[in-house]
Design a protein around this ligand. Structure first.
Ligand code: HEC
Ligand code: HEC
Length: 415
């Protein structure tokens, strides 16, 4: 399809919404999210003790009778389908594995498996071999008593918690003020936030940010709002519509700025970049249902004005980020179609799309554009591609629609 024609389709496509009714069935993975949101505050990020293998009935009884749980208003909002989902998560082998891991392994290994390089890719075979051959483990009677089923559960847990499926790229930005763009990872299940401090495109070390669990507050992106040389974090509460900026320095929150509330949950802060040339990053909001695109202009940490961009009604188009792809001094928007794998640039002048063109298509839709970095010394923008299924991250350097330099393949998986 020619670009012009595709562009035409982009602008005229609208979606007709039929009233779709469906029974909500939650998967165990959804149960893990619900557990993190509703239960982890009291029971810890990893279920243990009475939580492991708790049936839906046991949970319902606990909510009705346990004095702490009875008085907790949010637990009362859980539907029986959600409680069932939590129960099915608690019955998975990884929930059992987490308590076995906590009781048998953390005396010598890190509490968060993802941060212990010895545990990366810990299959049951690898663990069994380690128990048989690592001298410290060989001498440990508790380890010698583990059954093969238990070892399999521990492996499921280690692989499940530590591996790519939980860790998403929440944004990129300079977190330690050294001029290099760093990668901000968020563990969406356990709430850990970790930054790969980069030196160019190589990982130099890591930095922990404050942990927060639950999926009510989402990390929407990263930008240096107060222009102090350190990346700040934009958070959005998807239940209340509140928006907050954490002004960060070297991994610590300096202060928290409250922005106006945007109560329609379908708005996402899809891109952060300077759209009016005043050096301060602005926020581009995209409406997930109607495809409206709006701008909040910032003057530092306060909203100084609003603007709107053309509507792009087809919800398959995901707004991935804002960067100067053209080296013309104007910030452009980068789009990816999550069904077809087409990638597009809107070359902007103010809020006018002066030109729109395709970047190479990447039809495997397990690849997403996780973030756009700032231009390198040649003015070329680094595009961070992430394959969540495979745990792979690749940096492609782009100029306009062309990939101009070598690709950098980063290590599989999170920290
Ligand atoms: C406000 C704190 C709080 C929250 C939130 C909470 N619990 Fe509890 N829960 C407790 C306390 C305290 C106990 C009793 C001590 C214990 O067993 O840890 C308990 C006990 C339990 C028990 C054991 C009941 C029994 O009969 O032995 C289960 C199962 C349980 N909780 C599941 C959950 C699940 C699932 C969630 C999330 C949907 C949850 N709890 C949320 C505080 C909480
Ligand atoms: C008494 C301390 C101790 C305990 C308890 C322990 N480990 Fe280890 N483990 C070690 C040490 C030390 C090494 C590193 C050995 C080396 O690098 O030569 C290691 C290495 C490993 C390795 C990597 C082996 C390899 O081939 O690279 C795995 C996997 C592992 N441990 C899993 C576990 C699991 C799972 C548990 C709990 C069920 C556990 N360990 C409990 C001390 C311990």
């Amino acid at each position: 399809m020619k670009c012009g024609k595709l562009l035409f389709v982009l602008f005229v496509t609208t979606i007709i919404y039929a009233g779709i009714s469906q029974t909500t069935v939650y998967a165990a993975s959804e149960g893990a999210t619900l557990y993190a949101q509703y239960c982890a505050s009291c029971h810890g990020a990893t279920p243990s003790g009475a939580q492991v293998n708790a049936s839906a009935e046991k949970i319902t009884n606990a909510i009705a009778t346990n004095s702490d749980m009875k008085n907790n208003a949010s637990l009362k909002t859980l539907t029986s389908a959600q409680i069932q989902a939590i129960a099915s998560f608690l019955s998975t082998s990884s929930a059992t594995g987490s308590s076995l891991f906590l009781s048998n392994c953390i005396s010598c290994h890190n509490t968060i498996p993802a941060t212990d390089p010895r545990l990366v890719g810990a299959t049951a075979t690898k663990i069994t071999n380690a128990i048989a051959s690592v001298s410290q483990m060989k001498g440990n009677t508790a380890l010698q008593g583990l059954t093969s089923t238990q070892i399999q559960s521990i492996s499921d847990y280690i692989v499940g918690t530590g591996q790519s499926s939980n860790w998403i790229i929440a944004g990129v930005g300079d977190f330690n003020g050294d001029g290099s763009v760093d990668i901000f990872w968020r563990d969406t299940i356990n709430g850990y936030n970790y930054v790969w401090l980069m030196s160019g495109t190589g990982i130099s070390s890591g930095l922990w940010l404050p942990t927060f669990t639950g999926n009510t507050w989402l990390v929407e992106g990263v930008g240096d709002f107060n222009q102090d040389g350190y990346a700040d974090i934009l958070l959005r509460n998807i239940s209340t519509g509140e928006n907050v900026i954490w002004l960060m320095k070297s991994g610590a929150i300096q202060s928290s700025i409250t922005l106006p509330t945007l109560s329609d949950k379908n708005w996402v802060a899809a891109a952060i970049g300077d759209l009016n040339g005043d050096k301060y990053p602005d926020i581009v909001w995209r409406h997930l249902v109607y495809g409206y695109n709006g701008i909040w202009y910032f003057n530092g940490t306060t909203v100084s004005g609003v603007g709107s961009l053309p509507q792009l009604a087809d919800a398959s188009w995901v707004l991935c980020g804002a960067a100067d792809m053209e080296k013309d001094g104007n910030t452009d928007l980068v789009w990816r179609n999550k069904t077809s794998g087409y990638n597009y640039v809107w070359n902007l002048s103010g809020t006018t799309v002066v030109n729109a063109y395709a970047m190479p298509q990447i039809s495997d839709t397990s690849w997403t554009i996780a973030a756009l970095g700032k231009p390198d010394t040649n003015g070329y923008v680094n595009v961070f591609w992430r394959n969540q299924n495979a745990g792979s991250t690749v940096i492609l350097t782009m100029h306009g629609g062309t990939m101009v330099m070598d690709t950098v393949v980063l290590p599989t998986f999170g920290p």
